[in-house]
Ligand binder design. Sequence first.
Ligand code: C2E
Ligand code: CA
Ligand code: CA
Length: 588
Amino acid sequence: MLDHDSQKDILDILRNRRLSSVFQPIVDMRSRDFLAVEALTRGPQGSPLHSPAVLFPTAESVGLIRELELSALEGAAMAFRKLNLKAKLFVNISPMSLVSANAVTIARNILARTGLSATNVVLELSEQYQTEDYSALTKSLAAFKQEGFGIAVDDLGAGYAGLKTWSQLHPDFVKIDRHFISGIDEDPIKREFVRSIMTMAQEIKSRVIAEGVETFEEAQVLRELGVRYTQGYLFGRPNAHPRISDNVNRVADRPAMRDRALANRKVIGALAQDFPSIDVHTRLEDVVRLFKTHSSISSLPVLLHHTPTGIISRQQVLEIFSERFGPELHGRKPVAQFMNDQPIVVEFDTPLEDVSYLLTEDVQQDLIQDLIIAQQGRYRGIAKTSALLRAITDQQISSARHANPLTQLPGNVPINERAQSLINEQNEFWVAYCDLNDFKAFNDVYGYALGDKAILLLANLLSEAIDSDIDFVGHIGGDDFILLMRSENTPDLCATICDTFSNQIRQLYDPVALGKKGIWSQDRQGQRSFFPLMSLSIGLVKPELTAGLRADDISTLASMAKKEAKRMPNGGVFISDTRHPGYWRAAG
Ligand code: C2E
Ligand code: CA
Ligand code: CA
């Protein structure tokens, strides 16, 4: 296209307001809700300028980028207001527009017209532009910040500067470029990149958004890397009316590390497969067609609105259709007339044991039938009975082998495996060795049943305090627990755990002991002595991830830290600075 024509086209777009905006969700994986939407601009439908990847470079080449971006901003703000979403609005803006004269004032006026506040708007500045005048850009960004706008670095990793440079701007958000997210589950280098961005972002207090998430596997890896905000086709495509896909629940509900280890708490939802569903009005001939195109599907759930009301199996349908004149007689009738209208519907978070009990308790129950999984009554997927049986068997075997029988928490084997994989991934982590003080005296006086209660109380407290997406609790045995922690505030968290324990444990003592702040019992030499109320000691160490470090070393480092912690009266956290076995290997 000639520049002259291009200029005419862009001017036409500007004069006749021929831009439109679509919005893509940026999802908070914890709340499963919108953090924000990103506005993406579209040129006139059917024109070569429809795609923003053509539109904006064209406008730039004819010197109209600023005008076009301001027009896009106004359009996006207006459409966003109409959506009435409780979310922030992210908009793309080029450095050329940012540094142009009176940019802040113009942006302020646009927002005033649309009734949006700057504090709800985040400007995305792409790393892909090469910036010559860095100081002008910094100055201009500071003015926008002053006005209340948020700042995001877009396409991080795709451009020139890298986060080190951007860190001086203190962006509120950094968006990791799609290139590093795509296939991250199969690429250790990409994982390393994201991990280092996470660390750096924590230091400069920016929040990280992963762009271009397309698969469950990518999402799962991001979750384990601690990435909380995501954007991508898996969770929602750009649309005039953005919606978060149900896939968010599927990712968030996938059993996290702790739950996977806590095999006995596995829920039926983990077995749900994403089968298509049909509506009660669907014609039988269309059902046949669905079965033909999806050859792996054995039955289809039938929904009324979103609620499962029936199920129809491949075999049922084929039988009807193989009758003489079956297709002609029944093809156009609604599936509701043929379905099994008493399907087995199970809520997503029902433990596997409960489901198996429910099935076997009722002798009438047809065990071949697929189960419908629902969440708050809405259809979520199908689980096969065979998968249920297999999962129950697996979990019984693995929990017997690996979990502590009292707390069901993972024991030594999984603890070591987890430590080893953190070492292999060169993933910085804390090890916390948790040990009760004066437990033996309590156990002697109150009996082992209450002793078990004290251990369970600690197990629950630990499991609840940690972030199960990234942290790990293991139970070595007795009153000894190990945490493998990646939460950034681990030392504070451990201190809080010690305090909470001191409070909660009081409920297991009688009033007399509480009054005296302890109990009388025999010490190890058989002498009657006074023992204070139980307290928790935590020895904490951040192993130095040097070459040759092994899982055994981790447990030794942790034991050393615990020994120091035990010296402190009334428990508490001790942080060890012996971070590498070299110190004692050299000494011994
Ligand atoms: P961007 O800012 O990186 O926006 C994200 C782009 O990635 C969008 O393409 C979006 O549709 C696409 N995308 C989102 N999730 C996925 C995914 O899971 N997989 C894949 N393959 N792609 C995904 P779109 O809308 O075509 O925009 C392309 C680029 O055009 C944007 O990249 C942005 O740089 C630019 N752009 C869009 N709107 C504006 C605007 O209003 N102003 C300016 N200056 N640039 C804009
Ligand atoms: Ca963007
Ligand atoms: Ca981007």
